[in-house]
Ligand binder design. Structure first.
Ligand code: SAH
Length: 264
């Protein structure tokens, strides 16, 4: 078999795994993710995510990369994976606003034949929904409000399309330090298609130390925009969503239609 110049014949081919870490706590890591991290020789990621798995990375080469350096990080992971078992870590699920896409783009562009896998993780929508009860029981939409890679006009069009379906909409990247207006704009668009009392849930730092859950409405959430930041995921209910309270907890439920067919 022919070998590339960077690959010595006696060294086994490396491999590249893009691994989802889930929302934060170690117990939300999948078993497959833990095994991939344990088997890796090189771990690449930003320090926020490396800290999440520090108990699993002893003795491994760690490459720290900063936020905004995703393309360089992806290229470095592909380069090192020629000879090492590289794990690129990504928060939540790597295929949902994560590193899987850019790593695959770089791999394809390089015409690489390195064995490559994506290991899924619990995404913020699932982690946050579990804390609210069951806001996403049927069809739902996911939209990111980050206009870093997608122009705002495109996001705005998608918000109209999503809210006009009157299904629950999960908003990722709802706000950052530099980007504060978009969340209020999104709520205004929601208000065009949905009643003001439609429930809105904000989950901040799901499965992390400072986890918080707030429930409001489309009309009321404008008072709560301080709770929305880059560590929050927002759930806007659809026309079948209602809020609930039980034992001092509150959340959102979207009935899927069982009540129309069964008595319970
Ligand atoms: N790949 C990640 C998403 C990355 S985009 C995933 O699948 O979850 C980053 C955005 O995800 C954040 O701005 C926030 O909206 C959301 N997010 C990620 N982890 C979160 C958590 N633990 N709690 C609340 N929101 C989270």
């Amino acid at each position: 078999m022919a070998t590339s110049p960077s690959q010595s014949p006696d060294k086994p081919l490396g491999r590249l795994s893009v691994v989802g870490l889930g929302p934060g706590s170690e117990e939300m890591l999948t078993y497959k993710a833990v095994k991939a991290i344990q088997n890796a020789t090189v771990i690449i990621g930003n320090s926020f995510y490396l800290d999440q798995i520090s108990s699993l990375t002893e003795g491994k080469e760690i490459i720290k990369s900063s936020m905004g350096q995703e393309v360089n990080r992806a290229r470095e992971s592909v380069r090192r994976a020629e000879t090492e078992h590289v794990v690129m870590i990504s928060g939540g699920d790597p295929g949902i606003y994560g590193m899987a896409g850019i790593v695959l783009e770089v791999l394809l562009h390089a015409g690489s034949h390195i064995p490559f896998e994506v290991i899924p993780g619990v995404t913020a929508a699932s982690a946050g929904a579990s804390l609210l009860g069951s806001p996403l029981s049927g069809d739902f939409c996911v939209i990111s409000l980050s206009d870093l890679l997608t122009p705002w006009e495109v996001i705005e069009k998608r918000l109209h399309a999503a809210f006009s379906m009157q299904v629950p909409v999960v908003l990722y990247n709802p706000k950052s330090r530099k980007r504060v207006e978009q969340f209020s704009l999104a709520m205004r668009i929601a208000g065009i298609y949905l009643a003001p009392e439609t429930p809105v849930g904000i989950v901040q730092n799901a499965s992390r130390l400072d986890e918080k859950v707030f429930v409001s409405t489309i009309a009321g959430v404008t008072e709560m925009t301080d709770m929305v930041d880059m560590h929050s995921v927002v759930f806007v209910g659809g026309n079948e969503s209602t809020s609930w309270r039980m034992n001092g907890r509150e959340g959102i439920i979207t009935r899927r239609g069982y009540h129309t067919r069964y008595v319970y």
